[in-house]
Design a protein around this ligand. Sequence first.
Ligand code: HEM
Length: 136
Amino acid sequence: MPRLSQWFIRAAFIYLLLGFTIGALLLTHKGLPLHPALWSWLPTHIEFLLFGWVVQVTMGMAFWILPRYWQKPRRPKEGYTQIAFILLNLGIWLVVAGTTFRAGQWFLLAGRATEVSAVVLFALHARKRIVSREGA
Ligand code: HEM
């Protein structure tokens, strides 16, 4: 498995663990009130499990399994995927700061814009690797 896929997948499992833990606390809180501030962690629960787990593990697996054509002109720009990894994780924490930690609307918007840029950069990388056996 390529090193970059290991980064994505390891990070995704950390978010899965954190997201499930918050989810379990929220579920417990519904039956046995723990602390009223717990509900402010619902956006983080959703962010960790949708972007931190689902999107990130998908990127990690796609980077590993998509056809590998390293010959020019189809040589995919691996750098795009490295930047996408950084942007995706930066975006997740900007959204968490803007929601659970109430840092403000601009953090939330910046986080969403950063996450979208990560997906676009990954798509630009993957686009060159999505080829059929006929090479088209
Ligand atoms: C990949 C797995 C998961 C995803 C993508 C996910 C996503 C979500 C989403 C989108 C919501 C908001 C639903 C709404 O507003 O109607 C939510 C709420 C919630 N989730 Fe999860 N979740 C996941 C796993 C879990 C797990 C494992 C637990 C508990 C152990 C959990 C506990 C909760 C609770 C307690 C709520 C609040 C429900 C309420 O509003 O009453 N979630 N989750």
